[in-house]
Structure formats: structure tokens, C-alpha cells
Design a protein around this ligand. Structure first.
Ligand code: GLV
Ligand code: GLV
Length: 327
């Protein structure tokens, strides 16, 4: 019998090692240091039985229609907004993802952005690099205290809960959640309150996004949102760049309605190096590194492979977004 072909659209940590020990499968991957184009993606899919995709791969309706032979796709991410789920369901193609393992790393990334903004680290490091550190400064780099500030979490899933817990443990922050639906399954060992939109606007000092991209969350943080916020606030996004409007954030910073912008995700990605946000002293941008620790990324590879092996056997996926084999 021919070996099943598993194709990964990028080289993933631990993939080659796994392939060495699992010779019953033919494991292929994109050996170039870049994402595949849509046409290339179609071409490799034709020769494969199952795919491991990354979040920049556009697995849309026509891709799925043209590749109905695929026995499974596992996204190397917790988010799956790059995949047309309705079409995958219609065609019965199982879809997997990598939840949980990246929760800590991503929440830590949000914390890092918050700390860098609060302590004006971009400005401080630039001063050292540019030769502007000429004396010990009593006034220049003074930042904000986070103690007992109010953190507003949009998207209270695993990652939102983990970030909230860190802010509560470290700074006794008040945690408020909006919208209500995202707090449905929350069981937390720290206090939080679910509030209505108006109260959120009144109370919050830090807005942190942890929601998926949906029609409700797309472009949610825009000039209208910023205008409604009562206090100047820090904005953190480690979820999806589509949920914020970068021009509006820039205006917010300039008008001092926004104290700092901390982004691990941008709109579009990659962010243009000409983005005016990059010139703002209190805007910190990371290149979508939320899950980027060695251990997390290796675990994500193994989870994708477990998903793919299950889908090839037509048995339930251990980490599924859509699973036609679930009983
Ligand atoms: C990263 O953005 C992910 O969804 O895992
Ligand atoms: C969403 O899946 C999360 O982990 O917050």
C-alpha cells in the first residue's frame, strides 16, 4: 500500500525528527523560508493526503472544493479564522487546531507588552541605543503603576483567563469581562465581574483582546470605541489584528486617549515597516510571537501530527475544531 502523504506548509520544530521515527508515513514540508502562495498551496495539496497549515494559509471555500480528497487538516495555531469552517463541514473534512499548550506563552506575551508600555521601555531602550542616555534621569522615563488598575478582558477563554490571573496576582487588578458570552465557561480562582458595555467604558484602564476573529469582533477597537472610553487606556492585542483599526489607534495615541498600544498581531500581517505606529514612543509591536517558545512550538507540532494520524484512520481527532468522527 502507498504511504499516506502528510504535508506541512512550513518547516515545524520536531517535524523532521518525528518523520524519522514514523517511516510508515511520507512527511513532506515547504523547505523555503516563506509562506506558500495560494497556487503553490493548491499544488502541494493535490499530492497530499493531509495538511498541516499555518494561520497565513488561506484555506477558503474554493481551496477546499478543489481538494476534497484531503482526509484532514490541522492548523498549527489555536485560531482557525484562515479556514472556511462552513465549507469544511459541508465536505466532511476534519479540522484540528492546537489549543491549551500555547495559553501560558500567549498570556505572557500580553503581560510583556503591558509591562513594556507601562514602564516606557521602548523610549528607555532607544535612549541607550541612540546615545541619549547622558545622565540619571529623575523625570524622563517615569512610567505608570499598574497596582489595582482595572483590566478589561475581551474574550475570556483560556488565554484571557490566564492573562487576567497574572494581572490579579501581580497587581491586584480588578478584572472585568465584556461581552457576557465570553465568560460562559469561566471557572477561575480569582475575582472577576462580567459587565455591560457602558460599565466597561467607564471603568477600564487596560483593554486586552483575547477573542477570535468573528463578525462581532472585527474592527471592534476603532475610533468609536476609543471615544467612548472614559479614561485614557492601554490597549493590548495578542489575538487577531483584524479586531482593531490601526489608524484609529494612532489617532488615539496622538490625542492621548490611548496611553499605549501593545500589539503582537497587526492588520495586515506583516505590518509595513512604514507604519506610522512604529514611530510612536508608546507603541510596542511584536511579530506575532505569542506561542513562540521552543517547548510550545514542539508540542504544537505533535498535536497537529496526532490530529492528522487520527484523521487518516478516520477516528476522532484529539484536538478538533470540526470532527466528523466524533461519536
Ligand atoms: C496564533 O495566533 C494562534 O492562533 O495560535
Ligand atoms: C481561545 O481559544 C483561548 O484559548 O483563549
Amino acid at each position: 500500500m502507498d504511504k499516506s502523504v502528510i504535508y506541512a506548509t512550513r518547516e515545524l520544530p520536531g517535524l523532521v525528527e518525528w518523520a524519522k521515527h514514523n517511516g510508515q508515513f511520507q512527511v513532506e514540508f515547504n523547505k523555503e523560508d516563506r509562506n506558500l502562495t495560494y497556487d503553490e498551496l493548491n499544488e502541494v495539496a493535490k499530492a497530499s493526503d493531509a495538511l498541516i497549515t499555518v494561520l497565513s494559509d488561506n484555506i477558503d471555500k474554493s481551496f477546499l472544493e478543489n481538494n476534497q480528497h484531503l482526509q484532514g487538516i490541522s492548523n498549527y495555531a489555536v485560531g482557525f479564522n484562515n479556514i472556511d469552517m462552513d465549507e469544511a463541514k459541508r465536505l466532511g473534512i476534519p479540522i484540528g487546531n492546537t489549543p491549551d499548550v500555547l495559553t501560558e506563552a500567549t498570556a505572557e506575551t500580553a503581560l510583556l507588552l503591558q509591562l513594556m508600555m507601562a514602564r516606557k521601555i521602548k523610549r528607555a531602550m532607544s535612549a541607550v541605543r541612540d546615545g541619549n542616555w547622558t545622565a540619571w534621569e529623575p523625570t524622563v522615563f517615569n512610567g505608570y503603576d499598574l497596582q489595582e488598575s482595572t483590566v478589561g478582558i475581551i474574550g475570556f477563554g483560556r488565554i484571557g483567563q490566564s492573562f487576567a490571573q497574572k494581572m490579579w496576582q501581580l497587581y491586584k487588578c480588578n478584572i472585568v469581562i465584556w461581552p457576557r458570552e465570553s465568560a460562559k465557561r469561566a471557572e477561575c480562582n480569582f475575582p472577576f465581574r462580567v459587565v455591560e458595555k457602558e460599565e466597561f467604558f467607564q471603568l477600564v484602564d487596560v483593554v486586552s483582546m483575547h477573542c477570535p476573529k468573528t463578525p462581532e469582533t472585527e474592527n471592534l477597537i476603532n475610533s468609536e470605541f476609543i471615544a467612548k472610553m472614559k479614561k485614557p487606556f492601554f490597549f493590548i492585542n495578542t489575538a487577531r489584528g483584524d479586531c482593531h483599526n490601526e489608524n484609529d489607534l494612532l489617532l488615539g495615541l496622538r490625542e492621548e486617549k490611548v496611553l499605549g498600544v501593545g500589539l503582537d498581531v497587526t492588520n495586515p500581517e506583516p505590518m509595513s515597516r512604514k507604519s506610522p505606529l512604529l514611530k510612536e514612543e508608546n507603541c510596542v509591536v511584536f511579530p506575532h510571537i505569542g506561542s513562540a517558545t521552543k517547548k510550545t512550538r514542539e508540542q504544537m507540532t505533535l498535536m497537529c501530527l496526532e490530529n492528522i494520524l487520527a484523521s487518516l484512520k478516520r477516528s476522532p481527532l484529539p484536538y478538533s475544531v470540526y470532527d466528523p468522527f466524533k461519536v
